[in-house]
Design a protein around this ligand. Structure first.
Ligand SMILES: Cc1ncc(COP(=O)(O)O)c(C=O)c1O
Length: 403
């Protein structure tokens, strides 16, 4: 990967953003590949199953497949796309604990043989519609330390995981593993440490009951590096520490298990967030009074929550204003998208963003580190604002995926 520029952007991404004369969502495939390879160096024995939801683009899936990654798919539609993009079916698992009979049968027909679960009802459905399949049970986590905790909808308490895997065995399925998700954009090593402790407790009980799983799935949660929180403070995740804690946890789990144990990770945003950026433009910079009589600036951009920046209420993406001097006059503004919807904005109670006072309608703006969940959370054209066209940093303008 090329050296990052002063903005933390790779050179190809910066060049593609600078060359774009219209709005675009630009991805740097080489950057995504490099992030994948760096992850493999940190966790060499761990199998990578890319969480497709974070960036379901064929080009990304194909590039990752060539480097040995598989897919964490959440629906038959995602399974089909993974296979179409060249991921061998043996490297695709169904990572969603929520599925209908029809979803299960369809994934099984497509060749998927490994499924996540967290309830005996789901196990019964798997036994009927995916006979003999391998199942791994998701253990709930607290989600503390993550920007998005993901703690309620999925996973059973550690004690129940034993019951679920015993039910799987009794129903003729293979009780193959355990999984966790420590919450998305997890900022602490402690969360992985706590997850490893819970998984260790379950492994001990499974061992006593004569159930031997073959793998542990450490889920997603690995952080993007270029985010700022709602107040504009860089998130700066302790990535080295996180990897060290994960390695220690794996050693401990192997010791408890007392035999061969494979590991899987399901990174989503860690692989793609920092390698996607939007070339947007200024809709307008305005100034008006609040109900309390204070003057407030608003910077409306051409993209927002409904076309690329879905997570803008929880984060501030870094903005670059090409052509505006860093030492020119700046004003603190609420940044918002172009639609007629009040959720389409950065959190204005918490963080104003310094923006050039001279911004004019049409000026280009670059939105950085917004490659994760950008395409998948885009609406079909809410308020008539179409999804952003795609482009690739290493291909000349005009050969983007949309052309
Ligand atoms: C089962 C599962 N695995 C992995 C991920 C990816 O998470 P992240 O983007 O935090 O890596 C998700 C995201 O929701 C998920 O539901």
């Amino acid at each position: 990967m090329s050296a990052p520029t002063a903005d933390g952007l790779s050179e190809p991404l910066a060049a593609a953003l600078a060359a774009a004369t219209e709005d675009r969502l630009v991805y740097d495939l080489a950057g995504i590949e490099a992030r994948h390879d760096a992850l493999r160096r940190e966790l060499p024995v761990v199998q990578v199953r890319f969480a497709m939801k974070a960036c379901p683009l064929d080009e990304v899936l194909t590039a990752l497949a060539r480097r040995g990654a598989g897919a964490d798919a959440a629906s038959p539609g995602e399974v089909e796309q993974a296979l179409r993009a060249g991921i061998p079916v043996g490297r695709v698992h169904y990572g969603n604990t929520v599925k209908s009979d029809r979803n299960i049968a369809e994934a099984y027909r497509l060749g998927v043989r490994t499924f996540a679960t967290d309830s005996v009802q789901d196990v019964a459905a798997l036994a009927e519609h995916a006979p003999g399949a391998r199942v791994f049970c998701r253990v709930a986590t607290g989600g503390a330390g993550a920007v998005w905790g993901l703690s309620n909808k999925f996973g059973c308490p550690p004690g129940d995981a034993v019951r679920v895997l015993e039910a799987a065995r009794d129903a003729g399925l293979v009780p193959a593993g355990l999984s966790v998700h420590v919450g998305s954009q997890q900022m602490t090593g402690e969360a992985w440490h706590a997850a490893a402790e819970d998984l260790g407790d379950v492994l001990r009980v499974l061992g006593r009951r004569g159930l031997r799983v073959d793998h542990v799935n450490l889920g997603g949660g690995l952080p993007a590096l270029g985010y700022r929180d709602r107040r504009g403070t860089p998130l700066d995740p302790p990535l080295d520490k996180i990897f060290a804690v994960i390695r220690e946890g794996m050693d401990e789990l192997r010791r408890i298990h007392g035999g061969p144990l494979d590991f899987v990770v399901e990174p989503g945003r860690h692989l793609v967030a920092d390698h996607g950026a939007v070339r947007a433009h200024v809709t307008r910079l305005t100034e008006r009074r609040t109900a309390g009589g204070e003057r407030q600036h608003w910077l409306y951009l051409s993209c927002g929550k409904f076309n690329g920046l879905y997570e803008m209420d929880a984060l501030q993406y870094r903005l670059v204003f090409p052509g505006h001097r860093p030492d020119g006059p700046y004003v603190p503004a609420v940044v918002a998208g172009p639609t007629c919807d009040s959720d389409d904005a950065y959190s204005h109670e918490e963080g104003l963003v310094p923006v050039p006072a001279t911004l004019a309608s049409g000026d280009p703006v670059w939105v950085l580190s917004c490659g994760a969940y950008a395409t998948s959370y885009t609406t079909l054209g809410f308020n008539g604002f179409a999804p952003l066209p795609l482009a690739w940093a290493d291909r000349p303008e005009g050969t983007g995926a949309d052309d």
